[in-house]
Structure formats: structure tokens, C-alpha cells
Design a protein around this ligand. Structure first.
Ligand SMILES: C[S@@+](CC[C@H](N)C(=O)[O-])C[C@H]1O[C@@H](n2cnc3c(N)ncnc32)[C@H](O)[C@@H]1O
Length: 347
């Protein structure tokens, strides 16, 4: 099929979705996202997973990890091709490698005894509003950067927060690459990313402690980037970091590796902008497949003209109650799909 057989439209239940513009046979490759806009491999997997193609690279025959380090980057690769492609496409100006090393260095200097501390405590309010959030970010922006004499006073971050730092930095570098036009955006631009659903208020209202965590992350990133003149403009305000954080929840994809036994392990997460327009259905007609850095979307059955194209965000073998709970808790919506409707009517 030469043309794209779907288009983006407003759904009857709010927001946008993708709808078939012609009948589409089962097994059709609908959409390919060649590379994520931003991504991170969990630190614990960094030496086991290729930093470019995201392959889990344990060599069972040699009982050894197959991944080779690109010196000075803090990133490991399954082989030379991935390393060279990464240097060419991702590590423009050695920014990502440099950022990774700087994150590791600053993280080492954190006072681990203080890990987990939550501040400022006044942000732990249960009646979180957009106004409280906006004010907190404005205060964080106007806070002055520590002087060299205070170099040891880096904000203390937990492991997942440090992974979030790396995820955000990958977005900052991607934005810089786009602006400096060193390579054309592969598929999605910063402007496209900004069009994604913003879940900031829902996320923070549901988990008020997240706001203080996000501000610590921003303070940590400012410390790292203040010494990199090319990236400093993106951190002068909180716009870039806040925009990505607001779209992280509810729009990103887990990076999974399937074992031969059929278990899946989450290795990290990534943001593929165009792929985020697939809504959820508990009886989906589209499945996604990761092929290296790319995400591919295939129809799982024949689709009629005008039908919405949906993937599943969760384990659809769960009961209707469990599915709805999961979607509400972690995806912030009440599912309107026909399967939920049918199953709810029976209960
Ligand atoms: C990844 S986004 C999908 C694109 C989104 N509709 C938009 O306009 O940006 C996920 C959001 O879409 C909506 N959504 C997706 N599947 C849904 C469903 N089955 N029922 C109700 N809302 C759904 C929810 O607002 C959810 O937070």
C-alpha cells in the first residue's frame, strides 16, 4: 500500500485518534516510527543493552555480555555498526556521551544518605492545582545556580529520577540537533511533540509528590547543562524539561525484551511522537512490534473503512475491573471501548 491508509481525527470521546481511510487487510504494516524522539535504558541494564538498537546483548554461548563500550560515553553497544551509527546520528557534538558522563559524575557526588528526601515539603499538598504547579516551576526557574563553592550540593536523586534525567537530556539534545539543522528530524519535530496530550495536571494531582521530584530533576539538569554552552539555552527556562515531563506520562512506550520463556522485561522507555496517537482498546485491531530503534504497527485483523485503529496499553487478558483500574491509575482515563462496555453490562 503506497499511501498511508489512515488519518488523524477528533474522536467522539475527546482527543484525537487514528481512523482507517480505506478497508485495511489483516497483517498490513500501517505505520513505522524509525527512531524515538527521546529514550533511556535503565541504568541497571546499560551494560547489557545496546545503546543504539536496544538489543539485549547477553551472549548465552559465551556466557558473557556482548556489548562494547564507546569510551567516554557511558553507553554500551552490541557491535561496531551500532556504535558508529550512534556516533553519526545521536552523539552529535559528543553531546549525549558528554551528558551521560556528567550525570554519572554528579550522581556520584550526591550525598546518598539524603536519598529519598522530599523537598520542599509545602509542595506535598493534596489539593494540587495548575496555579500551584505553575508557581512552583516559576520559583525553580528563578532559583540561582549554585556557585562552584557549593559544588557538592547537587540535588539528591533516586535511581528512577536519574534515569529520567537521561531521558530528558536525550530530548534536549534532539531538540538542539533539530534547531542546529545538523540532521533533518527523522519523523517528528519538537513542534510535533508539543502537540501530544499534556498530562501534567492529572499526573501531579494523582501523585502530588511527583512535583517536588520533577523540580529536583530540573535543578539537577540545570547543574549539568550550565557548563555546556550549546545546550544552556534549552535550560534557561523550564520550558523544554517541563514540556517533555508533561507528555512523558501517558504517551511513552516501555522498551521490552521478550525471553524465550515468554516473560517480558522492561529495559527502559522511549517517546515516539507519531505513535502516541493510537488510542487504546481492550480488543485492539493493531499491534506494535519493536525492531531495533523502530516501532512498527500492524493490523491484527481486517479493518473497515472509518474504523478507529487502536493498540492495547495494558494486559488485555486481565478482568474488566483490573483493566479499568490499571487504565485509570496509570493512564488517567476511563476506557470507552466496546469490550469494556459489553463486559460491564454483564456484571
Ligand atoms: C497516548 S494518548 C492517545 C492520543 C490522544 N487521544 C490524543 O489526542 O493525544 C492516550 C490518551 O488518549 C485517550 N484514550 C486513549 N484510549 C482511550 C479509551 N479507550 N477510552 C478513553 N480515552 C482513551 C485518553 O485521554 C488517554 O490519556
Amino acid at each position: 500500500m503506497d499511501s498511508i491508509p489512515f488519518r488523524r481525527e477528533t474522536t467522539w470521546y475527546g482527543g484525537r485518534g487514528l481512523f482507517a481511510t480505506e478497508p485495511i487487510p489483516k497483517g498490513t504494516l500501517l505505520h513505522t516510527c524509525p527512531a524515538p524522539y527521546a529514550s533511556v535504558i535503565y541504568r541497571v541494564f546499560r551494560k547489557e543493552v545496546c545503546g543504539h538498537c536496544f538489543a539485549y546483548s547477553f551472549d548465552a554461548r559465551r556466557n558473557a555480555w556482548n556489548v562494547k563500550l564507546e569510551a567516554g560515553s557511558g553507553i554500551w553497544f552490541c557491535g561496531e555498526k551500532c556504535r558508529d551509527d550512534w556516533i553519526r546520528d545521536e552523539n552529535v557534538g559528543q553531546l549525549i556521551g558528554g551528558m551521560n558522563v556528567a550525570v554519572d559524575k554528579l550522581a556520584k557526588n550526591m550525598d546518598k544518605r539524603a536519598a529519598g528526601q522530599i523537598f520542599p515539603p509545602e509542595l506535598l499538598v493534596s489539593n494540587m492545582t495548575q496555579e500551584v504547579i505553575d508557581r512552583a516551576w516559576a520559583d525553580a526557574e528563578s532559583a540561582s545556580l549554585p556557585t562552584d563553592a557549593q559544588a557538592g550540593s547537587a540535588p539528591v536523586l533516586e535511581e528512577l529520577e536519574l534515569d529520567t534525567v537521561r531521558f530528558l537530556l536525550s530530548a534536549v539534545v534532539r531538540r538542539y540537533i533539530e534547531d542546529s539543522a545538523q540532521t533533518a528530524p527523522l519523523l517528528n519535530s519538537w513542534a510535533d511533540l508539543l502537540q501530544l496530550q499534556n498530562n501534567e495536571l492529572q499526573y501531579i494531582c494523582g501523585r502530588p509528590y511527583v512535583l517536588a521530584s520533577q523540580l529536583r530533576i530540573y535543578a539537577f539538569i540545570r547543574r549539568i547543562v550550565s557548563s555546556v554552552p550549546l545546550l544552556a539555552p534549552y535550560l534557561a527556562t523550564s520550558e523544554t524539561v517541563r514540556a517533555v515531563l508533561a507528555r512523558d506520562q501517558g504517551n511513552v512506550f516501555g522498551m521490552y525484551e521478550m525471553s524465550q520463556e515468554g516473560d517480558s522485561e522492561m529495559l527502559g522507555w522511549s517517546m515516539y511522537v507519531s505513535a502516541s496517537y493510537f488510542n487504546h482498546d481492550c480488543a485492539p485491531n493493531v499491534r506494535k512490534e519493536r525492531a531495533g530503534r523502530a516501532l512498527l504497527f500492524y493490523t491484527t485483523r481486517d479493518v473497515d473503512l472509518g474504523e478507529e485503529l487502536c493498540i492495547s496499553y495494558i494486559d488485555i487478558t486481565d478482568t474488566v475491573a483490573d483493566r479499568r483500574k490499571e487504565l485509570s491509575l496509570n493512564w488517567y482515563f476511563d476506557c470507552v471501548c466496546q469490550r469494556c462496555k459489553r463486559e460491564l453490562e454483564k456484571t
